[in-house]
Design a protein. Structure first.
Ligand SMILES: NC(=O)c1ccc[n+]([C@@H]2O[C@H](COP(=O)([O-])OP(=O)(O)OC[C@H]3O[C@@H](n4cnc5c(N)ncnc54)[C@H](OP(=O)(O)O)[C@@H]3O)[C@@H](O)[C@H]2O)c1
Length: 295
């Protein structure tokens, strides 16, 4: 039995679909408020719980052989980085061990090891990576760059308006990864011996400059992009203002600022390693988007 947390998220939903296509038994950890009908329809066992609850995590791990941690904190989640990215994963490791599970696949983030002090999500991922490596459980850690699926709604907005908002340095590079490719690797990691006890940078095959994204949108929709490019200082101004009314949101914006202020791309050798371990070529952002947007 596989346990997938974040089963209704962008990545987790794809992982559950793939595992069910292979007729693997899957327990999907979902919230009562989540949209999980499709997962149930595909034959996943639905476990309704809250990752803020140790008891729920322990119960969800009962009888499980493989754990896939694909949840995370985002703007709409009830818990922040400390509750979801740190404590829930810590408890998952403990509960997986207690349940006699063999392997845990953890979705970290590219740059988790760079010591970004101002980014709670990066700090939580780094702490969990270290705890998992020391746990004695079999593991695979993926450190992905940004997901291509994040760009689907931006592409749809671009189709309507032709406008693209690019905050910060247009030349900053990122190896945006196809969420479908990452899901394939995530679903396969526990049963792929070459992925055992590996920490893998995971990006797409090209280190794209951020200014190239509106160009890709322009090609997809045959429309000249109008790029609005506020400086990073705009985020800093927003953070200072937020600090007066909502200090928690101010802290969370630290992760966003870190993402906007730094480059997140993979070396060609890291891409080759992924392709060789999992045995398929990684797709570009443009190929991914052509499948998802209405052209
Ligand atoms: N997106 C990216 O560009 C990116 C880049 C690098 C790394 N990552 C990492 O990759 C992983 C997957 O990201 P994603 O973008 O696919 O995530 P996502 O779409 O934001 O989904 C988050 C998932 O966590 C669930 N969740 C949140 N709070 C919960 C709680 N208290 N109890 C139970 N479930 C809860 C959500 O459930 P609901 O559906 O009910 O909200 C959802 O299924 C995360 O670990 C993320 O940090 C993402």
């Amino acid at each position: 039995m596989f346990l997938v947390t974040g089963a209704t998220g962008g990545l987790g939903r794809r992982v559950v679909r793939l595992l069910r296509e292979q007729e693997q038994p899957v327990r999907a950890f979902v919230q009562l408020t989540s949209r999980y009908g499709e997962l149930e329809h595909r034959g996943a066992q639905i476990f309704i719980g809250d990752l803020g609850s140790e008891r729920d995590i322990q119960k969800a791990c009962e009888g499980v052989r493989y754990v896939i941690s694909a949840h995370g904190s985002n703007a709409s989640s009830r818990g922040g980085a400390e509750a979801l990215d740190y404590r829930a994963n810590r408890e998952l490791i403990t509960a997986a061990q207690a349940a006699g599970a063999e392997h845990l696949t953890f979705i970290s983030v590219l740059g988790a090891d760079r010591g970004y002090e101002d980014a709670p999500v990066f700090k939580a991922k780094w702490a969990i990576e270290q705890e998992l490596r020391a746990s004695g459980l079999g593991f695979t850690i993926f450190r992905p760059s940004g997901f291509a699926s994040n760009l689907i709604s931006l592409a749809e907005q671009f189709r309507q308006t032709g406008i693209y908002l690019l905050v910060g340095d247009p030349q900053s590079r990122s190896s945006i990864i196809s969420t479908d490719d990452l899901a394939r690797m995530t679903a396969a990691a526990a049963t792929t011996s070459a992925a055992l006890n590996k920490t893998l940078a995971a990006g797409g095959p090209e280190a794209l400059q951020r200014r190239e994204i509106p160009q890709i949108f322009g090609r997809l929709f045959n429309r000249e992009p109008l790029v609005i490019n506020p400086p990073l200082a705009a985020i800093d101004g927003l953070r200072t203002l937020l600090g007066f009314v909502n200090p928690t949101a101010q802290t969370s914006l630290g992760t966003l600022r870190t993402l906007l202020a730094n480059e997140f791309f993979c070396k060609p050798t890291e891409i080759e390693q992924l392709e060789s371990i999992f045995g398929f070529p990684l797709e570009t952002l443009e190929t991914f988007l052509r499948r998802y947007v209405s052209i």
